[in-house]
Design a protein around this ligand. Structure first.
Ligand code: TEU
Length: 541
């Protein structure tokens, strides 16, 4: 497996720059803060030992969408530091063997980007067609019925010229017109700009939104609870053009074979997000798969969804495993609902590192960090505010990283931009580093296991059909001429103890092996000689 590209062997750690480490006391995380915490991620015996960091957007931004509204693609927001700080981060990360993946927002800019300011200035502007402008219908109605992801119409009328511009997200995030070659040229230059600064790849935001049907047909209606889904998004996402752009982008990074392109797509077309692998080698290297992230904690669901995800990835593409990110409630809270969050969080960790694909961790999950409990007045994200309290929203998952039990968890000497999550006095890095039974210690063991095992990295996923129903059983199997390795994984999705009997199809060597790891901190390494074994409540082995 040394021949596999780095991103197929990597554990990736997502940093939300607002919340990782503040260095200047303004309550907001920053680049010098991140640099000061790199040892936590790699390079010392205490490190987590991740291989790459993905940084949510750092670009200058009015922060309506906390950086996903970009004002300047070639700079760093002063809240986070300077380009010199960024260069230092890349150097320091690389020195420790950490790759750096930038977030890249191609679908839209900020309304305060100079391109949009120019575009909206007049119908005759040279940049008018860098964005989508259309005439509204009679009676002040928008050009069509398209709904924005964050609520309301996807069109906003600009009083200055009387036309409407398209925004798939907030009105402060006008969509770029990708049919315009000038848009492609300038953004592909941005890609080269960051590659020249040493970044190792990009996480491409909302990639299935690039390209629209510019005849502006209405989306077909359907019945749904939430307004955004009261229409089939047939004409405003998943257009052929997105694939065309990705093929061109893949070709543009061909001369830098170490570069990884990871895409975020929330498509409900038949191919789903996996369509953005293209043939497997001509679009994205990796596409996030949110099936498990969106699933309730049920063995039946996981049993059905895992092979679906696995099969969706074409030859040449590589799967991802992701349970949490900055867009939803943390998985310890989601999966933990109606059960023991701590124990279920540990079982989920076992899945994260033993399923086939690159694991993506979201900062803090390795501590078992819980969602913040926020008052209305503390909310910052417009999407969270709009649907509060009917939807939990995104702010609860964006609270500061707790490093120790000093004031504000060592995150800031000032007032943090969001309050810390409850429990941070125990759930913090310093505490958990002292405790062999902590979530952090489990993550470290799993990361080291994943990286030392060919079965876990390069092996196939083989479901094992054996009861009881609440137990998910599978094997990861690696076979090459000189090396054969198999791991059997069992996860108890219930809160009662179970006895599992292995079916005769499991080969003999798996019946007489070693129990390498249990999510139960009390259970140590065991010799394995029988075809049946016990699982404690919520235990994974
Ligand atoms: O999210 C795109 C996306 O699919 C959203 O609909 C997501 O599901 C939503 O945040 C609800 O949970 C990306 C980014 O991850 C998100 O943070 C940005 O706000 C969005 O794009 C716009 O850039």
């Amino acid at each position: 497996h040394p021949d596999f590209p780095w991103w197929q062997r990597a554990v990736v750690y997502q940093i939300y720059p607002w919340s990782f480490q503040d260095s200047n006391g303004d309550g907001v995380g920053d680049l010098p803060g991140i640099i000061s915490r790199l040892d936590y991620l790699k390079g010392t015996p205490d490190s987590l030992d991740v291989d790459a960091i993905w940084l949510s957007p750092l670009y200058p931004s009015p922060m309506h969408d906390f950086g996903y509204d970009v004002m300047d693609y070639r700079n760093i927001d002063p809240r986070f530091g300077t380009l010199a700080d960024f260069d230092r981060l890349v150097t320091e990360a690389h020195r420790r063997g950490i790759r750096v993946v930038m977030d890249l927002v191609l679908n839209h800019t900020s309304e305060q980007h100079p391109w949009f300011i120019e575009s909206r200035s007049s119908r005759a502007s040279s940049k008018r067609n860098w964005y989508y402008w259309a005439d509204g219908k009679a009676g002040g109605r928008p050009p069509n019925n398209w709904a924005a992801r964050f609520g309301g119409s996807a069109w906003t009328r600009d009083p200055h010229t009387g036309q409407c511009y398209l925004h798939s997200f907030l009105p402060e995030q006008p969509d770029l017109n990708w049919t315009n070659p000038a848009v492609r040229d300038v953004l592909f230059d941005v890609v080269r700009f960051w590659l020249d600064r040493g970044v190792d790849g990009f996480r491409l935001d909302a990639i299935n939104w690039l390209g629209k049907d510019t005849r502006w047909p209405d989306n077909p209606r359907r019945l749904a609870w939430r307004s955004y889904y009261r229409q089939v998004h047939r004409y405003d996402r998943d257009q052929p053009q997105a694939h065309e752009v990705l093929r061109a982008l893949r070709a543009a990074v061909k001369d830098r074979p170490e570069t990884v392109l990871v895409g975020e797509a929330s498509s409900d077309t038949p191919g789903g997000p996996a369509a953005f692998y293209g043939t497997g080698t001509d679009e994205l290297h990796e596409v996030f798969d949110f099936r498990l992230l969106r699933s309730p904690w049920q063995a039946d669901m996981f049993r059905r969804l895992i092979p679906e995800s696995d099969r969706a990835v074409p030859r040449g593409g590589w799967p991802t495993v992701v349970f949490s990110n900055h867009d939803q409630s943390r998985h310890i809270d989601r999966y933990g609902k109606g059960g023991d969050p701590g124990r279920r969080g540990r079982a989920a960790a076992l899945l994260l590192f033993t399923l086939r694909g690159t694991p993506f961790l979201y900062y803090g999950e390795e501590l078992g960090l819980r969602d913040g409990r926020l008052h209305r007045s503390e909310l910052r994200d417009p999407y969270t505010i709009r649907y509060w309290p009917w939807k939990k929203g995104r702010d609860p998952a964006r609270t500061p990283m707790p490093w120790d039990d000093s004031p504000q968890g060592g995150f800031t000497t000032g007032r943090p931009w969001l309050p810390l999550s409850p429990g941070w006095r125990q759930t913090n890095v310093a505490c958990e580093q002292q405790d062999a039974g902590s979530m952090l210690s489990l993550y470290k063991r799993l990361i080291s296991l994943k990286k030392s095992s060919r079965a876990l990295t390069a092996g196939t996923y083989e479901p094992v059909d054996a009861g009881p129903n609440e137990c998910l059983l599978y094997q990861r199997v690696f076979q090459a001429e000189a090396h054969a390795e198999a791991m059997l994984i069992a996860v108890n999705f219930s809160a009662r103890a179970l006895t599992v009997t292995l079916p005769p199809t499991i080969p003999m060597f798996a019946r007489t092996g070693t129990l390498i790891l249990s999510t139960d901190p009390q259970r140590g390494e065991e010799r394995w000689t029988a075809d049946r074994f016990q699982l404690g409540p919520d235990e994974g082995i």
